[in-house]
Design a protein around this ligand. Structure first.
Ligand code: PMP
Length: 338
């Protein structure tokens, strides 16, 4: 089975998903067909020439921070739009700040670099973009960072989307505890944080679930290994607050805004108990990689009727229209590549 930090395999989803062609095995790992270029420290480098020295393995990852960003293709307009690019780059800068890593590039420069990279790779379909920032000078990662500049590289690759497929997922509550702000701050999108996610993913996968829900040190629901979680109770969407040990998710903000302002669904950010998950009318996960996916069961408790509820159905359709550039009012969330 194949795991990755941003998404699960369709073939491993719950029983209620509509049958469709599963994504290629290597969709979110090393792509079968590599992109032409990688952006490395200001240069466009051929895929097979983008090398770093073996001594960089290990320590450079300790303080490595990154972003996961999606580009969505609109076939009618033959346009590829990067979703919430500035929000992702702002979060990258914040992650670097907490790591005491300075950035040699501004948000404006990185935005231009990403647009140039994706257009140079000539993608004419959905894609995934991953900037990483790390100390490239080989200093052991346990020594003080002292505000040194980071190196930035940007990868991009073709990807696929589950939006519009009507798939559902199953979840299990993990026995692992979420990392916390005073241990390894989850609001920093650090590669090292994903060791916590990986323990969770392995455990729940061995127990036959698609995704793991993680409780925080207070025993309250935090998030899923690489996505945020919402439940719906009596017409109100509920999600754990930003202080519950979660990443400050961009999709979570989008979902809150779309539900409240466009779909007329009240949203409450508050602590969520584990058993509230079991009795929810609807539940779903959201994130850049995970997109929006309804949960059919949690710890083998069926959620709602086990299918996709009305709130998630409306949200997923609207979100799909927004990211594909079919909602004019939301075009400021998109950065056109071509
Ligand atoms: N939580 C974690 C731990 C994640 O890795 C992600 C994916 N980046 C999310 C939440 C969702 O964040 P976003 O909507 O910004 O992708």
């Amino acid at each position: 089975m194949h795991h990755n930090p941003e998404r699960t395999l369709a073939s491993h989803r719950g029983p209620n998903r509509v049958t469709h062609e599963p994504p290629k095995k290597d969709d979110f790992a090393q792509p079968a067909e590599p992109a032409k270029y990688i952006w490395m420290s200001g240069k466009m480098v051929d895929w097979d020439k983008a090398l770093i020295h073996a001594t960089m393995l290990g320590w450079s990852s300790i303080s490595m921070v990154f972003e996961g960003i999606r580009g969505y293709w609109n076939a009618d307009e033959e346009q590829l739009s990067v979703f919430h690019l500035d929000a992702h780059l702002t979060r990258l800068m914040r992650s670097m700040k907490v790591m005491r890593m300075t950035s040699p590039w501004s948000v404006d420069e990185l935005r231009s670099a990403i647009v140039r990279l994706v257009s140079s790779n000539e993608f004419t379909g959905d894609c995934y973009i991953q900037p990483i920032a790390y100390f490239g000078d080989g200093t052991p990662g346990y020594l003080p960072a002292s505000g040194r500049p980071g190196e930035i590289s940007i990868f991009s690759r073709k990807s696929s989307s589950v939006l519009g497929e009507g798939s559902t997922i199953t979840c299990g509550v993990s026995s692992w505890t979420r990392i916390s702000d005073n241990v390894m701050p989850p609001r920093v999108k650090a590669i090292a944080n994903y060791q916590n996610s990986r323990y969770v993913a392995d455990e729940v996968s061995l127990n036959g679930h698609d995704f793991g829900i993680i409780l925080n040190q207070q025993g309250k629901v935090s998030e899923v290994s690489y996505a945020c979680i919402f439940i719906v109770r009596d017409g109100v969407a509920i999600t754990p607050p930003l202080t519950a040990g979660i990443l400050e998710s961009i999709t979570r903000d989008v979902v809150i805004e779309l539900l409240r302002d466009e779909l007329g669904v009240p949203v409450v950010e508050r602590e969520v108990d584990r058993t509230e998950l079991y009795i929810a009318d609807e539940a779903f996960i959201c994130g850049t990689g995970a997109e929006i996916q309804a949960i059919s069961e949690i710890d083998r408790y069926q959620i709602g009727d086990g299918g996709i509820g009305t709130v998630v159905t409306r949200l997923e359709q609207h979100f799909h229209d927004v990211v594909r550039g079919r909602v004019g009012d939301r075009s400021d969330w998109l950065t056109g590549v071509y």
